[in-house]
Design a protein around this ligand. Structure first.
Ligand SMILES: *Cc1c(COP(=O)(O)O)cnc(C)c1O
Length: 388
């Protein structure tokens, strides 16, 4: 390529991995908040946003919070997770899943992935539960994750949780709009959580939600999220609280976003099937796909594995090539059992998440991608493969 050609390409707009995608409808609710001076971590937008999400996910009650991480933290507190306890979770996840376990002084126990969904392997989970119990550990929760929007095998996971009487906290941060056996992600846990961070399928810039069919749990979450204030005429506190509630302005953004959720899911799935249509036949490139009819993914991110022996390139080389052309891609989550900060935690492994991490790449997957964006990504990918 000549320098001149390179320059014109450099000038091309950046294609992001997953950028916020406003509908325009958000502004109305933000304006209402300003007009009514509800500039606080409570108000009509918070109440309405909660109602809409509860109805969508088919759960009794939800609490809008400052982040998904805060929601997991409160879930663990409500389930009585304390120092010395254990929480069994997926190794293949984002640190936001696991950090709250450490906040409580508890130990995360990592379970590796199954091939089909890339999520918590139910067989390994049962091995882990049995061994932890045998070792005399107090396993207070099972915390599965629906990574990249792909539901975990909740049927098998819940069967194990029920068998051993351990509550499930469902991390649906990446999976709003996904379903398993026709049931919405966010409705499976004794407590479930969602995130509305900047690059999730819906964004309120930052935010999260705690969901449960047990209204008492949600009531407790609201109480803890607002500094655990007793019912007294003055400020009285009998336990430690948190400042974890969602702002009424951000909840306005959330209301506008919920109005286009189905459209956003559709757009992400268009990306996924576009990539598959054009790349699936290439030897050495494989996709995370819905394993069978039980799974419906929002395809928050479309993810591929690249076999360097068959394609001649590594995930790193492809990522660097994308970057040269102003296209953002990203490694898969580095498994938690490989993280320096969690190196002391017990882990039940089968090699799957390490293999995925080594070979995987997240492709640009924003719901605001245009036909020409997708074509540009494909063109660079194909050109890179042919060069090798
Ligand atoms: C984003 C995310 C979280 C944390 O949500 P925040 O709102 O960013 O705190 C937790 N778990 C997973 C799997 C996530 O992707």
């Amino acid at each position: 390529m000549t320098d001149k050609e390179l320059k014109t390409e450099k000038a091309e707009e950046r294609i992001f991995l997953s950028s916020p995608h406003m509908s325009g409808g958000e502004q109305k609710y933000i304006n209402e908040a300003f007009e009514q001076n509800w500039i606080a971590p409570l108000g009509p937008n918070v109440n309405e946003f909660e109602k809409v999400v509860a109805a969508y996910c088919g759960v009794k009650d939800v609490a809008a919070l400052s982040s998904g991480t805060a929601a997991i933290h409160l879930a663990l507190i409500i389930l009585g997770v304390e120092a010395g306890d254990e929480v069994i979770t997926s190794s293949f996840t984002f640190s936001g899943t696991v950090n709250p376990v450490a906040y409580q002084g508890a130990t995360p126990v990592f379970v590796d992935s199954e091939e089909e969904s890339w999520n918590m392997d139910p067989n390994l989970l049962e091995d882990a539960v049995k061994e932890r119990i045998k070792l005399g550990k107090k396993v207070k929760a099972i915390l599965p994750v629906h990574l990249y929007g792909m539901p975990a095998n909740m049927e098998a996971i819940q069967a194990i949780a029920n068998k051993y009487g351990i509550p499930v906290v469902e991390d649906a941060a990446e999976a709003l709009g996904s379903r398993f056996n026709g049931k919405p992600a966010g409705s499976f846990g004794k407590i479930s959580i969602l995130s509305f961070n900047g690059n999730k399928i819906l964004s309120t810039s930052g935010g999260g939600m705690l969901l449960s069919n047990d209204s008492k749990i949600v009531e407790q979450a609201r109480f803890l999220a607002t500094q655990a204030r007793d019912a007294a005429p003055y400020y009285q506190h009998s336990q430690i609280g948190y400042n974890y509630r969602m702002s009424n302005i951000l909840a306005g953004v959330g209301r506008g976003q919920m109005e286009v959720l189905e459209e956003r899911v559709r757009q992400r799935r268009v990306n996924h099937f576009f990539y598959r249509e054009h790349l699936e036949q290439i030897e050495g490139i494989t996709f995370l796909k819905e394993p069978n009819d039980s799974y419906f993914s929002n395809f928050w991110l479309t993810t591929i594995l690249i076999d360097p022996e068959k394609t001649g390139i590594s995930n790193k080389e492809l990522m660097e090539e994308f970057e040269k052309h102003n296209i953002e891609s990203r490694y898969l989550w580095k498994p938690m059992h490989m993280q320096p900060v969690f190196s002391d935690s017990p882990a039940y492994l089968n090699g799957t998440s390490e293999r995925l991490f080594k070979k995987g790449l997240c492709l640009p997957s924003g719901s605001n991608m245009t036909d020409s964006d997708r074509a540009r990504v494909l063109e660079i990918l194909k050109r890179t493969l042919n060069k090798m």
